[in-house]
Design a protein around this ligand. Structure first.
Ligand code: HEC
Ligand code: HEC
Length: 256
């Protein structure tokens, strides 16, 4: 009797879980996203973190050892940290590209959380960020804000939609490329800086896939983006690259 009841409970749990992927698939997908979104570049494969900025005048900051922190956080806390740049106590999280991560959808978030929870706790807990005199002055004058502080302005400068066919491509471009190419995808001035993504209109879909997976430009030379391609972007799927490519083409055509 007790046995039949537990079988029933298990069967109901399967029904309730519905279309959710089995845990191992979710973990694998979450790991892939942790590459494409850059979590692994900044927090490391084992999520133990490292010193990412060591400018004592400005910001001296470690990426958090997530393997030790997240067991104490609820799933909703993780989602809020990524989408809004806030900790459970309401304090700001610096450095992270919240304008990109706000676009992580529910399925992706579930997978990402499953992966993060699959990583065993290890390594040292790092000290909190230290703001140097120049950072404090910039914060006091309002020139510098946390990513959460810039969020409203970043959302306002996101490029407008270019029709229903490109909703997903736009989301993926802002979520993945926007981290470096800016919340408006217009890039930054200067040699070696990420350019305005209109440059992509000169790329065919296969050219873009090659750049993102290997760091090679259409003419075969190596782009300054190569280290990011090899570090994280090589895990983008064909469907993601195709959607991003189609969106960037349509966006460039709309801009005239
Ligand atoms: C550009 C580097 C960078 C990327 C990319 C990045 N992080 Fe972070 N992350 C940091 C740094 C640095 C901190 C600590 C910020 C601080 O101390 O204010 C942090 C803090 C966090 C926190 C808050 C922890 C705390 O200290 O309270 C969480 C949660 C987090 N990251 C998860 C992620 C996840 C998940 C991803 C991928 C979706 C990611 N991060 C991508 C650099 C990064
Ligand atoms: C982690 C940072 C980062 C991410 C994420 C990123 N890029 Fe870049 N990208 C760069 C940098 C830096 C350059 C400038 C390289 C140079 O000047 O050599 C660049 C250059 C480019 C170029 C011009 C290539 C060349 O060298 O001529 C294209 C096209 C491009 N990126 C497309 C994308 C697309 C599309 C995405 C999203 C799928 C993306 N990038 C995501 C950093 C990034």
């Amino acid at each position: 009797m007790a046995r039949a009841a537990s079988w029933l409970v298990a069967a109901l749990a399967v029904l309730v879980a519905g279309a959710a992927p089995p845990p191992s698939r979710a973990v694998a997908e979450g790991e892939r996203l942790a590459y494409t979104l850059g979590c692994i570049s900044c927090h490391d494969r084992d999520m133990t973190g490292h010193l990412v900025e060591e400018d004592r005048e400005r910001l001296y900051v470690w990426s958090t050892n997530l393997s030790r922190l997240l067991p104490r956080w609820r799933d909703a806390d993780i989602a809020r940290a990524l989408r809004a740049g806030k900790r459970p106590d309401g304090s700001d999280i610096w450095v992270m590209p919240v304008h990109s991560f706000r676009l992580i959808n529910a399925t992706e978030m579930r997978a990402l959380v499953a992966f993060l929870r699959s990583v065993p706790p290890s390594g040292d807990v790092h000290p909190p960020a230290v703001f140097g005199p120049r950072a404090l002055a910039a914060i006091a004058s309002g020139r510098a804000k946390s990513p959460a502080g810039f969020l409203a302005a970043d959302i306002a400068r996101a490029p407008p939609a270019v029709g229903p066919r490109h909703v997903e491509g736009r989301r993926l471009a802002l979520m993945i490329c926007g981290d470096c190419h800016g919340a408006d995808l217009k890039g930054y001035e200067g040699k070696g800086a990420p350019p305005d993504l209109v440059v992509t209109s000169a790329y065919g879909p296969a050219d873009l896939a090659r750049l993102l997976r290997t760091g090679r430009r259409p003419d075969g030379s190596e782009s300054g983006m190569a280290e990011y391609s090899r570090d994280r972007l090589f895990r983008l799927e064909d469907r993601e690259i195709a959607a991003i490519h189609a969106y960037l083409r349509a966006k460039a055509a709309t801009a005239g």
